[in-house]
Ligand binder design. Structure first.
Ligand code: ADP
Length: 373
């Protein structure tokens, strides 16, 4: 007869899709018995109505059924007691005290802020695709949508409207989309509430809550989609993350370069490092060879030059062309970096991801803790 231990080993290896850890490590596996060729498996979930419940249950069923000698599986799903949940949240915090910010200067996570001088330059579209491309390279990626005026990240990643982070007591688990753990200010607005109601102190509290109470786990990279310009959020994040790296997104339009330069200079004043400029909406070449350059050219290079100092060259990291596929992928919530092998904008963003992934950390010179797969 099959031993319960063999079934337990198979079941314990099932991964919780939100916590991204084997359920055995999370103390979610209870009793396992085997009668003849039938396995009885009891598991406990963190909360009643856990959104991942049906996935975990079917993965557990399949895992148990895959063990030699098991023909039938019956799964009993329960819920953790408050004490068990407390033990789990402590384990997940990994010794960190509640409300302690894990992205401080000693963290191994690279924090990259994506800024722009003004709205509409494609900052969020680029950030969402870059996050997905980095995750696709095998990195553990988190994305914070701090663009209070836009909060378009959930839509760009296909996260359904109304999706909330899962809460385990005071820990919040970010929804995962295309491999990216994502949290957005839009997930915290009550029905009908606009961001106009949110002023400086409340924005500051919310952003620091994103960074302290959201359980991202161990990340290689945390991207933050910043609001355009140099307002309250930029200053709050500057205070919270003075060691962060900054990417400045701009269009090829040289007339718009000044505002982009200013956003880079403000970031630098708070101690952050501008690691490069991304030019978006660059000229598009049509199949018949016609070049459509809606926004002219030279803006990215102008911003990079203006932000460079005698000591530090700020490079123009890439120039992403205008792309219908990029726009349509954003509208559909299917990032073009995954959807298209050939689109020129997708290729440019994948190259940018590769370049960033292999770059050591700015000031400290540390490399990413993971190698690329
Ligand atoms: P921002 O975050 O800077 O306000 P968005 O990412 O919301 O800008 O982009 C603004 C609009 O431009 C969106 O409709 C988006 O689909 C579109 N867009 C962004 N980049 C490109 C591009 N390279 N080609 C075509 N459309 C783009």
């Amino acid at each position: 007869m099959t031993s319960p231990d063999a079934v337990r080993r198979a079941v314990a290896a099932v991964t919780d899709p939100e916590l991204r850890r084997p359920i055995g490590d999370l103390d979610m596996v209870r009793e396992i018995t085997v009668e003849g060729d039938t396995a009885h498996v009891a598991i406990v979930l963190t909360i009643v109505g856990c959104p991942a419940a049906s996935k975990i249950e079917s993965d557990v069923r399949n895992a148990a059924a895959s063990v030699a000698g098991i023909a039938a599986v019956d799964v009993e799903v329960g819920v953790m007691t408050p004490q068990e949940r407390k033990a789990l949240t402590e384990k997940l915090r990994d010794g960190r005290a509640p409300r302690q910010m894990p992205f401080g200067p000693d963290s191994l996570t690279r924090v990259i802020l994506v800024s722009s001088g003004k709205g509409g330059v494609g900052k969020s579209t680029v950030t969402a695709n870059l996050a997905v491309a980095l995750a696709d390279l095998g990195l553990a990626v988190g994305l914070v949508d701090a663009d209070v005026h836009g909060f378009s990240i959930p839509g760009l990643l296909g996260i359904p409207a109304g999706t909330q982070p899962t809460r385990i007591d005071d820990l919040m688990l970010p929804p995962v989309a295309h491999g990216v753990k994502t949290i957005s200010i839009g997930m915290f607005l009550r029905d009908g509430e606009g961001v106009v109601a949110w002023r400086g102190p409340m924005l500051h509290r919310t952003v620091s809550q994103f960074l302290t109470d959201v359980h991202f786990g161990d990340l290689d990279v945390l991207l933050i989609d910043m609001p355009p310009g140099t307002g309250d959020i930029a200053i709050s994040i500057g205070q919270l993350l003075p060691h962060a790296e900054v990417l400045v997104v701009t269009t090829p339009q040289t007339a718009a370069a000044d505002v982009a330069i200013r956003s880079g200079l403000v970031a630098r004043q708070t101690g952050q490092t501008v690691i490069g400029v991304v030019e978006n909406m660059a000229a598009l070449t049509l199949p018949d060879g016609t070049v459509v350059d809606l926004f002219g050219s030279g803006g990215g290079a102008a911003v990079a030059t203006a932000l460079s100092t005698p000591d530090t060259v700020v490079p123009l990291l890439t120039s992403i062309p205008l792309s219908t596929a990029l726009r349509a992928g954003g509208d559909a919530g299917e990032p073009v970096v995954l959807a298209s092998e050939t689109d020129a904008a997708a290729t440019a963003i994948r190259d940018l991801a590769r370049r960033l992934a292999t770059r050591g950390r700015g000031l400290s010179g540390r490399s990413l803790p993971m190698s690329l797969s």
